[in-house]
Design a protein around this ligand. Structure first.
Ligand code: CA
Length: 674
């Protein structure tokens, strides 16, 4: 833990005089540790714009002095028009600038240990200029697109009703064949009626057709790695290098210099998705900052926002050079207020927490309580792991194993992901869909949404020796995401000897398993079109040619594209696949022992609210046809390995034995007896 050098103690007489005669100013403080910093209790840090005058507030208790610089331009070479000394008052450094300064850029600067640090962008800035190097005072009312006041979140209640589609703003439209005008921009998600040259639906209309309920956007707050001053040159980054948390990324806007433009265009994107019936989840990265020694946090409140090793170096659970100390009161407050801001100002509907295992449980629960107080349908989930060791004990961090202690927050199930296809760290390894004989229990664990179920042998699950979710709404089931190989690329490596048609069967089996399982299904964008990144397993800066969603994929792989679309519709039509509670899953979902590590069978009976009172699911991971004895009665098959037909794939009812095709998902419905 670094020490904060105390400021020199003033003579007692001077302190007394200060208290007597300058009672509106705080005395010059000294602190022995960061924990001694007083908490600022109000919600007004940053800048409050008013036409008559704007008030600036900076929290930095140990600073000896602080300044505000005002600029007419966001040009880094421009000199400030004004440098204003901030006054220490009521726990913050503050100044009010008279007159209408709408559009003025600004920075803060503090003095520590007798030295002025470089100027920095207000961590609470809600608008910035090019590359986020200066904050901007804006009249936020100017940023509302027409109709914004009437924007409403699409109807949504239970988390397990969600079907999440994870994508990168740029990837969605950058394909030359996307037919989208605003390629790589927030506005690319607002365009309707777009098609490929061959006439296939793309963009927002495609999402509507696919039927997903939530679009999950990779980092869309302001990040460091793309030069916003040079957007004519192709640049690419996923954006896991946060810079300004409360501002949209400039390179996704049509004008990064004018702070209002990116704000308005982000709102237009949310509005267009909402009008299309789709909710918006933001990937948020509060666990680390893109820069370390010269981040805005570090330049304005040195050391406070980070964790440190015993030797005084920055600890690094993010593997990106630092980790944020979420457990400190003012860091927790910052994260909470930032999330509240995205919900209130931008109408964002949910958040995915990058490396959530770095955050402390108390912070996550406070965030959940606050956001669900604003809107009870906000969806929260995260990665219940870290990328390195943290000095904060495991017991207090939001790790997957601690998910049951989180309130209304879900974690990604790597048990399911790797159970289906093999470990992401062992690329040759196979999973249930690709030929492994020992992964059925991990997949069953995913089928029940990682909750307690009497028929799971937890000692045979790949990673978890116990259920970690209290409810299925705490488990995000997936087969792949932006990280690691795409599912299609992975299968090409682990199953190089299999024909493409066989691998396509595996892909369909994996996606069908995710979409019929309890828990929250999550799809990597384009996986239904067999998205490939040409084998690139870490494409965070690989460019459009690798990362773009290639919209002609739906024409090249029509069967799988239709299969996934129809499975989404099936899930939405049948509550049996989203029973929603641990009790219901235990009561209504029964596994049928198969004695075969490549064959899973289960039955969902009398699911509340479902027209289908008896459903039989058979997942065959083997490369051969498998015969499975059907339960008593007449059955209609509605899903096989190739298609989804709710009225029945064949007209004749099935009874006796089901012949499950190689690498196939099968869903059968019992025909009611008269
Ligand atoms: Ca940026």
């Amino acid at each position: 833990m670094p020490t904060v050098c105390p400021t020199p103690i003033r003579p007692l007489v001077f302190v007394l005089l200060s208290i007597l005669f300058v009672n509106c100013s705080d005395p010059r403080p000294q602190y022995n540790t960061l924990e001694d910093y007083p908490v600022y209790p109000y919600g007004d840090l940053g800048v409050a714009y008013r036409p008559a005058g704007s008030t600036f507030k900076l929290w930095s208790p140990a600073a000896q002095d602080a300044r505000l610089r005002l600029y007419a331009s966001d040009d880094p070479a421009a000199e400030p028009d004004e440098v204003i000394d901030l006054e220490r008052k009521n726990g913050a450094w503050t100044a009010t600038v008279a007159g209408d300064i709408d559009g003025t850029y600004y920075t803060f600067q503090i003095k520590m240990n007798g030295r002025w640090l470089p100027e920095a962008t207000d961590i609470y800035a809600t608008a910035v200029g090019t590359n986020g190097m200066r904050g901007q005072v804006v009249n936020i009312l100017d940023t509302d697109p027409p109709g914004w006041a009437d924007d409403r979140r699409p109807p949504f209640t239970a988390p397990t009703d969600a079907v999440i589609y994870e994508m990168h703003v740029r990837d969605f439209s950058s394909d030359p064949g996307s037919g989208i005008t605003h390629k790589g921009k927030f506005l690319g998600l607002t365009e309707r009626g777009t098609t490929t040259p061959a006439g296939d639906t793309t963009g927002l209309d495609y999402l509507v057709k696919l039927g997903v309920t939530h679009v999950h956007l990779l980092p869309s707050f302001d990040f460091v790695s793309v030069d916003e001053a040079d957007t004519d040159t192709e640049q690419y980054n996923w954006g896991y290098d946060p810079q300004n948390y409360n501002v949209p990324e400039g390179s996704y806007s049509t004008d990064p210099a004018d702070g209002k433009v990116r704000i308005r265009e982000f709102k237009q994107m949310v509005q267009a998705l909402h009008r299309a019936g789709i909710r918006v989840v933001m990937d948020v990265v509060y666990n680390h900052t893109g820069r370390t020694e010269n981040s805005n946090f570090q330049l304005l409140v040195p050391d406070y926002f980070y964790r440190f090793n015993p030797d005084g170096t920055f600890s690094n659970a993010s593997a990106c050079g630092n980790e944020v100390a979420s457990e400190r009161p003012m860091v927790r407050k910052f994260i909470r207020e930032s999330l509240e801001y995205w919900v209130d100002e931008y109408h964002v509907d949910g958040f995915r927490f990058d490396l959530m295992g770095i955050h402390d449980i108390a912070t996550m629960n406070e965030v959940s309580a606050s956001l669900h107080g604003i809107d009870s349908t906000i969806l929260l989930y995260g990665e219940g792991w870290t990328a390195g060791d943290s000095p904060l004990p495991d017991s207090v961090r939001a790790l997957k194993a601690n998910t049951a202690r989180l309130t209304r927050i879900a974690a990604f199930s790597d048990d399911m992901r790797d159970g289906l296809k093999g470990s992401v760290f062992e690329v040759e390894e196979r999973g249930f869909v690709s030929g492994a004989r020992n992964r059925a229990e991990s997949v069953k664990f995913g089928i029940v949404g990682a909750v307690p179920h009497p028929q799971i042998a937890y000692d045979s699950v790949n990673y978890s020796r116990a259920p970690w979710a209290r409810q299925p709404a705490q488990c995000v089931n997936y087969a792949s995401c932006h990280d690691n190989h795409t599912l299609w690329d992975r299968l090409a490596i682990s199953n190089a000897g299999d024909a493409p048609a066989a691998r396509e069967q595996m892909q369909r089996l994996a996606l069908a398993t995710v979409l019929t399982s309890q828990g929250i299904p999550f799809l990597h964008a384009g996986t239904e079109m067999l998205r490939s990144k040409d084998g690139d397993e870490n494409s965070y800066q690989s460019g459009d040619a690798v990362n773009a969603i290639r919209w002609d994929g739906q024409r090249r792989h029509p069967q799988t594209a239709a299969y996934v679309r129809d499975l989404i519709a099936l899930r939405k039509a049948h509550p049996a696949f989203r029973l929603g509670s641990t009790d219901r899953i235990a009561r209504h979902l029964t596994f049928i022992p198969t004695g075969d590590g490549q064959l899973i069978a289960y039955r969902i009976t009398d699911a509340p609210g479902d027209q289908w009172s008896d459903i039989f699911v058979v997942l065959n991971g083997a490369a051969e046809r498998r015969s499975v004895k059907l339960p008593e009665g007449q059955w209609r098959q509605v899903v096989d390995g190739e298609r989804v037909v709710p009225t029945g794939i064949t007209s004749a009812p099935e009874s006796g034995n089901l012949a499950a095709a190689p690498r196939s998902a099968n869903v059968l419905v019992r025909i009611a007896e008269r």
